[in-house]
Write a protein that binds this ligand. Structure first.
Ligand code: G3H
Ligand code: ZN
Length: 284
C-alpha cells in the first residue's frame, strides 16, 4: 500500500482552513464510490473503517481492497481506524498497514484517557502512523460504539488544551452537539465552544457524527477550524434508498450488480456533495 499518514493531509487542511472527509467504508461499493468521487474532484481522502466494519469485511479484505484502490489512484489517501477501542486493536491495524488510528478512550476518566492515548501515540508515531483521540463524549450509536444521550458530554476547552499537550495527538475529536447515527430532532451545535477549543489547541480538529448536519452548519464548523468531518450514516442511507427504489420498480431483480452498482453511484454523488461543502476539492 502507498498510503499517506493522516497528519500530512490534516496539517495542510489546518494550515489552509478546509476540511477533509473521514468517510467510512462498509463494503466494496462504499470504497469505490468514495474513492471515485474524491478522484473526480481531486480531493485528498481519509478512508476509515470501524471495528465492526473490519469484522464484517475481514482485515485482509479491508487491507487488500484499499491497497487496490490506492494503486489505482494518484490522490493522497490515508487509511484510518475509526473509534479504536483498545491498544491491541490499534496495533492490529498498524500491523496491517493502516496509516492512521483513532484511540477512543473517551469513556475513561480524563487521566486514564491521557494515559492510554499517550501509550498509543508513542507506539504509532514510532512507525510513522498518525493518531486521533477524543475528548468529551459524542452521543448516539455507531457499530460497537454506543453512548446514551444522557451520557454525552461536551468537550471542555481547557481540558482539550491539557490533553493535546500531554498526549501529542495529531488530531482531536471534539463533542460539540453532534451524534452518531440518525438525529431525532434538529441538531444544535455549540460553535462558540468549537471556536474556543480551536483557538486554544491550534491543531486539526475532528467532527464526528456529521451525517444529517446541514451544509450551512458544516461550512460554519469548517470556518471555525474543523479539519476532518466523519460521515457514515448518510452514505448508508443513500445506498439503501437507491436499492429499495430499484426493488420497488422491479421486485424480480436478482443480479446484485444491477442494484449495488446504482447504490455505489448514489454514494459517489453524496460524497461529491460533502467534498464541495468541506472545501477539499482541488487540494490533492
Ligand atoms: O466515526 C464515524 C462518524 O462519526 C460517523 O457518524 O454515521 O453519524 O455520520 P455518522
Ligand atoms: Zn465517530
Amino acid at each position: 500500500m502507498n498510503l499517506v499518514p493522516m497528519a500530512e493531509i490534516l496539517n495542510d487542511a489546518h494550515k489552509k482552513g478546509y476540511a477533509v472527509g473521514g468517510f467510512n467504508i462498509n463494503n466494496l461499493e462504499f470504497l469505490q464510490g468514495i474513492v471515485w468521487a474524491a478522484e473526480e474532484l481531486n480531493s485528498p481522502l481519509i478512508l476509515q473503517a470501524s471495528e465492526g466494519a473490519i469484522r464484517y469485511m475481514g482485515m485482509d479484505y479491508v487491507a487488500g481492497m484499499v491497497d487496490a484502490a490506492v494503486k489505482n489512484t494518484s490522490i493522497p489517501v490515508a487509511l484510518h481506524l475509526d473509534h479504536g477501542s483498545s491498544f491491541e486493536k490499534v496495533m492490529q491495524c498498524i500491523r496491517n498497514g493502516f496509516s492512521s488510528v483513532m484511540i477512543d478512550a473517551s469513556k475513561l476518566t480524563f487521566a486514564e484517557n491521557i494515559e492510554l492515548t499517550k501509550k498509543v501515540v508513542e507506539a504509532a508515531h514510532s512507525v510513522g502512523v498518525s493518531i486521533e483521540a477524543e475528548l468529551g463524549t459524542i452521543g448516539g450509536t455507531e457499530d460497537d460504539h454506543k453512548v446514551e444521550g444522557k451520557d454525552a458530554m461536551y468537550t471542555d476547552p481547557e481540558q482539550a488544551k491539557e490533553f493535546v499537550d500531554a498526549t501529542g495527538v495529531d488530531a482531536l475529536a471534539v463533542a460539540i452537539g453532534t451524534a452518531h447515527g440518525v438525529y431525532k430532532g434538529e441538531p444544535e451545535l455549540d460553535f462558540e465552544r468549537l471556536d474556543t477549543i480551536k483557538k486554544l489547541i491550534d491543531m486539526p480538529v475532528v467532527l464526528h457524527g456529521a451525517s444529517g448536519i446541514s451544509a450551512a452548519d458544516l461550512k460554519k464548523g469548517v470556518e471555525l477550524g474543523v479539519n476532518k468531518v466523519n460521515v457514515n450514516t448518510d452514505f448508508q442511507q443513500v445506498f439503501t434508498a437507491k436499492i429499495k427504489e430499484l426493488f420497488a420498480d422491479d421486485p424480480d431483480l436478482y443480479d446484485p450488480r444491477k442494484y449495488c452498482g446504482p447504490g455505489r453511484d448514489a454514494i459517489k454523488e453524496k460524497v461529491k456533495e460533502k467534498i464541495m461543502i468541506l472545501g477539499s476539492s482541488d487540494r490533492a
